[in-house]
Design a protein around this ligand. Structure first.
Ligand code: UD1
Length: 368
C-alpha cells in the first residue's frame, strides 16, 4: 500500500510551535509521509530559523521565500508557488495551522486541486472582521475537511457558519504540546541573568497587531503606558519588526530612550521567551497564542485588544481583555502588582497530547 502523504505548512512565527509536535507525531507512523513546507512569510533569522533550531524542527523540504508585502501580494505569491508544489508532490492532504496569510493561501490552493485540507486550531472567532486573521480563519474553516479544535466554544462558531459538525474534533492545543515539552529545558537557560532581571520582578510585553502599532495615536498611547509601567518594574519588550518600523515612523524612539527600565530588545527565540513568560510578574500582549501560554503557566496576562478569539483564556484562565483603554491597562497592572492578579485553571485537554490525538484521528480515518 502506498503511504499517505501530507504537506505540513508553516509560514509565520506562531506556526512553528504548532507544527513541531505534529511533525514529531507523524514521524512515528510508518504509513505516513510528511513533507514540511515553509512559505517564507517570516524570514528574519530571529523570526524563523531560530524557532526551527529551538523546536528541533527538521529543515523544510521546500522553502518558497515569498517574504513580506501587502495582503494580496503575499497571499497571491504563496498561492502561485504552492500550486506548483502540490502539482509535483501530489499529497493526499495539506495540513495548515492557525490563521496567518499562509494558512488561507495554501488551503485555497489545495481545495481547488482536489486535495483534502486539515485545519489545526479551527473554529476560533474574534467576531471582528477588521482583523485579517479573522478572515483567514473563517475562509479556511469553510474549505477544510478536518477541523481540529482547541476549545469547545469553537463547535458553536462552526455550526453557525453551516459547517458539518462531523468534520470537527476537539483535541486540545498543539501550541501547548510544545510548551509542555520544552518548559523544563527552557528553565535551564541563563536569559534572566543575561537581561539582569529577577523572577517575578519584571513585565514582559509583545505588541504587533496592525490595529495597535499602525495607528499613531494608539501606538503612542500604548508605548507611553509602557514607560509609566517601567517606573515600577523593569519592562522587557522584544520588538516585532513591524512594531520597530512603526515606532521610528511615529518618533517614539526618542520617547522610550528616556526610560531605561523599558528595555526594547530584538525578537527572542522560543525557549528564551518561554522562560521569560514563565517567570514574568505579568505579560502584556496583543498576540493570540500568548494568551493561551500564560493561562497554562498561571501567569497573569493583560490583552490590549477589544476581543479575543480564545475566550476560554478569559473565562477560566489568567487573561484579562482591556482593549486599548490605557487607564484600564494601568489599573490592571497595578492590581497585579498589589498581588491581586487573576488566577486561573488550565483548559480541558491542554495536556500535551493534542498532536497525538490529531494524527491518530487522521490515520484511523484515512490511513488504515
Ligand atoms: C503575521 C500574521 C499574524 C501573526 C504574526 C506573528 C498575517 C495576516 N498576520 O503578522 O497573525 O500574529 O505574523 O508575528 O498573516 N517583517 C520582517 N521580517 C520578518 C517578518 C516580517 O521584517 O521575518 C516585517 C515586514 O516589514 C513585514 C511586517 O513585518 O511587512 C509584517 O509581516 P507580515 O508577515 O505581513 O505580518 P505580521 O505583522 O508579522
Amino acid at each position: 500500500m502506498s503511504k499517505l502523504k501530507i504537506i505540513n505548512v508553516v509560514g509565520a512565527r506562531p506556526n512553528f510551535m504548532k507544527i513541531a509536535p505534529i511533525v514529531d507525531e507523524m514521524r512515528k507512523y510508518a504509513g505516513l509521509e510528511q513533507f514540511l513546507l515553509h512559505t517564507g512569510q517570516h524570514y528574519d533569522h530571529k523570526m524563523s530559523d531560530l524557532f526551527f533550531n529551538h523546536l528541533g524542527l527538521p529543515k523544510p523540504d521546500c522553502y518558497l521565500g515569498v517574504g513580506s508585502g501587502g495582503h494580496g501580494l503575499q497571499t497571491g505569491k504563496v498561492m502561485i508557488e504552492f500550486e506548483e508544489v502540490v502539482k509535483k508532490e501530489k499529497p493526499d492532504f495539506v495540513l495548515v495551522v492557525g490563521d496567518v496569510n499562509s494558512t488561507i493561501a495554501c488551503s485555497l490552493v489545495a481545495v481547488k486541486m482536489g486535495v483534502k485540507v486539515v485545519h489545526v486550531e479551527a473554529g476560533l472567532r474574534s467576531f471582528d472582521r477588521t482583523m485579517p486573521e479573522e478572515i483567514n480563519r473563517i475562509l479556511t474553516d469553510q474549505i477544510s475537511d478536518y477541523l481540529f479544535l482547541t476549545e469547545k466554544s469553537a463547535f458553536k462558531n462552526l455550526e453557525k457558519e453551516g459547517i458539518d459538525s462531523a468534520k470537527a474534533h476537539f483535541v486540545g492545543n498543539v501550541m501547548i504540546d510544545s510548551l509542555l515539552k520544552h518548559r523544563e529545558k527552557a528553565a535551564t537557560l541563563p536569559i534572566l541573568e543575561e537581561l539582569e532581571i529577577e523572577p517575578r520582578n519584571f513585565a514582559l510585553v509583545t505588541l504587533h497587531r496592525p490595529a495597535n502599532v499602525d495607528d499613531p495615536v494608539v501606538c503612542t498611547n500604548l508605548i507611553k503606558t509602557l514607560c509609566t509601567i517601567s517606573e515600577k518594574l523593569p519592562v522587557i519588550f522584544p520588538v516585532h519588526p513591524r512594531t520597530r518600523k512603526q515606532m521610528s515612523v511615529f518618533g517614539l524612539d526618542e520617547v522610550v530612550a528616556k526610560y531605561p527600565n523599558l528595555r526594547l530588545i530584538e525578537p527572542m527565540g522560543y525557549l528564551d521567551f518561554l522562560k521569560c513568560t514563565d517567570n514574568a510578574k505579568f505579560v502584556l500582549t496583543d498576540s493570540g497564542g500568548i494568551q493561551e501560554e500564560t493561562t497554562v503557566l498561571g501567569v497573569p496576562c493583560i490583552t490590549a485588544r477589544d476581543n479575543t478569539e480564545r475566550p476560554i483564556t478569559a473565562e477560566i484562565g489568567t487573561n484579562v481583555i482591556v482593549g486599548r483603554d490605557t487607564d484600564r491597562l494601568l489599573a490592571e497592572a497595578n492590581k497585579i502588582l498589589a498581588g491581586e492578579g487573576k488566577k486561573g485553571e488550565v483548559p480541558e485537554l491542554w495536556d500535551g497530547k493534542a498532536a497525538e490525538r490529531i494524527v491518530k484521528i487522521l490515520w484511523e480515518r484515512e490511513g488504515e
